[in-house]
Design a protein around this ligand. Structure first.
Ligand code: NAD
Length: 300
């Protein structure tokens, strides 16, 4: 582990989407120097307007940064960013630290950790929870798969983006915990959508209904902080035509990860499988790029 990497080290950040962009802003607010790369020029321009420095390729970003964070949609994107000829591992210096904050499968995370180690590069999985609101408020929970010493280093260098750092175990363990969490979050969003719509159709005021649920046994993150009914949580995507947030497509990917892992341990995921079908129907009806809370519109 490179002791030179600390809370002053410049950071290379790859993936400036719904989550990456606010995480970069938090790092910049904390006074960090951040080199950024994204295939979307608009996302890069937005980060530059907050003081980030553009890298014109992953290779150039990796050769300029001892600390690299990836925040990409799915396993294939992460594999390519790490393993391509012009990717991170071919260009990062020995002793660099790469933290993957994307949600991917544990096996890919373990393989990337092993390949990184063979090249003298430290790698950890640190998927995040808290959504776009948590990213904007810098209150994310980071679910870290890393040896203890590396965990402490990650907590130090990424402190500006999160308020909770949980060491889940060895490399890959952060992804295991994240996949289980998102299985529950995805199911509870569908359940909250059903409950909210039923109550409203039966005559309840949506704000009163949500408040009552949040003081009762149905309370959950979806009902309290990310309610799918427009106007209940003013900052949540549901109150902004479901723009921003976690896309339905991202949640379908997360449920695919959960179903794939469950198959590996011969375990049924009854509700996870149904939830995935519900989100796929929602995507087929045009909500693929909208926040996953738009699933409520299937019921309304
Ligand atoms: P997003 O689709 O909004 O952003 C992904 C970004 O990666 C985009 O800007 C895209 O242009 C960029 N990108 C794609 N391929 C690239 C490449 N080859 N090189 C560089 N940039 C590339 O996704 P998101 O919502 O920010 O999610 C990112 C990750 O975080 C996912 O794994 C997701 O599951 C996880 N996550 C999302 C949320 C959420 O609420 N959105 C919450 C927790 C975790």
């Amino acid at each position: 582990m490179n002791d030179q990497i600390n809370d002053k080290s410049p950071i290379g950040f790859i993936g400036l989407g719904q989550m990456g962009a606010p995480m970069v802003r938090s790092l910049l607010r904390a006074g960090r120097k951040v080199h950024v790369y994204d295939i979307n020029p608009q996302a890069v321009a937005e980060a530059l307007s907050h003081g980030a420095i553009a890298a014109n390729s992953i290779a150039s970003l990796a050769s300029q940064s001892d600390l690299i964070v990836t925040m990409l949609p799915s396993p294939s994107h992460v594999r390519a960013a790490f393993l391509d000829d012009d990717g991170i591992l071919a260009h990062a210096a020995k002793g660099s630290l790469v933290v993957d904050c994307s949600t991917i499968d544990p096996e890919t995370a373990k393989q990337l950790h092993q390949t990184s180690r063979l090249r003298g590069i430290d790698m950890a999985d640190a998927p995040v929870s808290g959504g776009v609101l948590g990213a904007a408020a810098a209150t994310l929970t980071l679910l870290v798969g890393a040896v203890p010493a590396l965990f402490e280093r990650i907590r130090e260098v990424l402190a500006p983006v999160g308020s909770e750092f949980i060491r889940c175990g060895e490399p890959g363990a952060g992804q295991v915990v994240k996949i289980a969490n998102n299985l529950l979050a995805a199911i509870s969003m569908v359940a909250t959508s059903e409950a909210m719509t039923l109550g409203v159709k039966l005559g309840a005021d949506p704000v009163l209904l949500a408040n009552a649920i949040n003081h009762s046994t149905g309370r959950c993150w979806a009902s309290e902080h990310y309610n799918p009914w427009p106007g209940v949580c003013p900052d949540a995507p549901a109150s902004h035509d479901y723009v921003g947030g976690a896309s339905t497509g991202i949640l379908i990917k997360d449920l695919s990860l959960a179903l794939g892992e469950a198959k590996g341990v011969t375990m049924p995921l009854f509700l996870g499988a149904i939830a995935q079908q519900v989100y796929q129907l929602s995507a087929a009806q045009g909500n693929g790029k909208k926040d996953f809370a738009s699933v409520v519109n299937l019921y309304r």
